[in-house]
Design a protein. Structure first.
Length: 233
């Protein structure tokens, strides 16, 4: 994972250190956009670095899909329209992504559906608030796990969990603005033991660090598949 040609700013490991709310010093907002589940957001965004919401999860969110399909149709009706959507940190409300840029709404939606997660290119990332870790993990500067960079021939493709970018934008989104609108989710440590990983798997979350995008299988994976098929034919 990761792309050496990306414009991504590499983050210091301390960003994802243990804090009051997992890897975040503040809790998940309790009024997330698109009727997103706060407890699930807390599990994926603050208390996890291995797993992701299931592939295609965002397409099952009717409110989100209705909004972006509406923007897509508006642009088709008026091709000169360049209206973008800003995605905010589900913890702090800081802006993280603005899309689409350099492409149409149709392109953004089609690529996201193809790969299973909202997929952002480097120019759509707000680098003031986003960092990439050396293992390809994409995070916010406040410690929110966002997703992973799964590059393709076009360059970096940041595949991001919708539940981690469903926050409401807040002015000067620092600790001083945290008055209302947050779910006090409690202090849960990052436990990567086999028992905890099994609990994530039972809840349907995907292990992205061991996930190879079906659209671009590795040569080794193809070789193993061919040999397996040959043995059982």
């Amino acid at each position: 994972m990761g792309n050496e040609n990306s414009s991504c700013i590499v983050g210091d490991p301390s960003i994802m250190s243990q804090k009051e709310y997992g890897t975040s010093s503040v809790p998940i907002q309790d009024n997330l956009r698109w009727n997103t589940d706060g407890s699930e957001a807390s599990s994926i965004c603050n208390h996890n670095r291995h797993f992701a919401e299931t592939s295609g999860y965002f397409t099952g969110n009717d409110e989100f899909m209705k909004e972006i399909r509406s923007l897509e149709q508006q642009q088709k009706d008026d091709p000169s329209l360049e209206k973008t959507l800003t995605f905010y940190d589900s913890n702090t409300g800081n802006p993280l992504f603005e899309a689409p840029k350099g492409r149409t709404w149709e392109d953004f939606i089609d690529e996201s559906i193809k790969h299973g997660w909202p997929s952002f290119r480097d120019e759509e990332v707000i680098w003031d608030n986003v960092r990439c870790m050396k293992n390809g993990e994409t995070v916010s500067i406040q410690g929110t796990h966002l997703g992973h960079d799964l590059p393709d021939k076009q360059g970096s493709r940041h595949c991001i969990n919708l539940i981690c970018i469903a926050g409401n934008g807040m002015p000067d989104s620092g600790n001083s603005t945290h008055e209302n609108g947050y779910n006090m989710s409690g202090n849960v440590t990052n436990d990567y033991s086999s028992n905890n990983l099994e609990s994530y798997q039972k809840n349907g979350y995907m292990d992205v660090e061991n996930y190879s995008c079906a659209c671009s299988p590795s040569p080794l994976a193809l070789f193993i598949t061919v040999i397996s098929l040959w043995m059982f034919v």
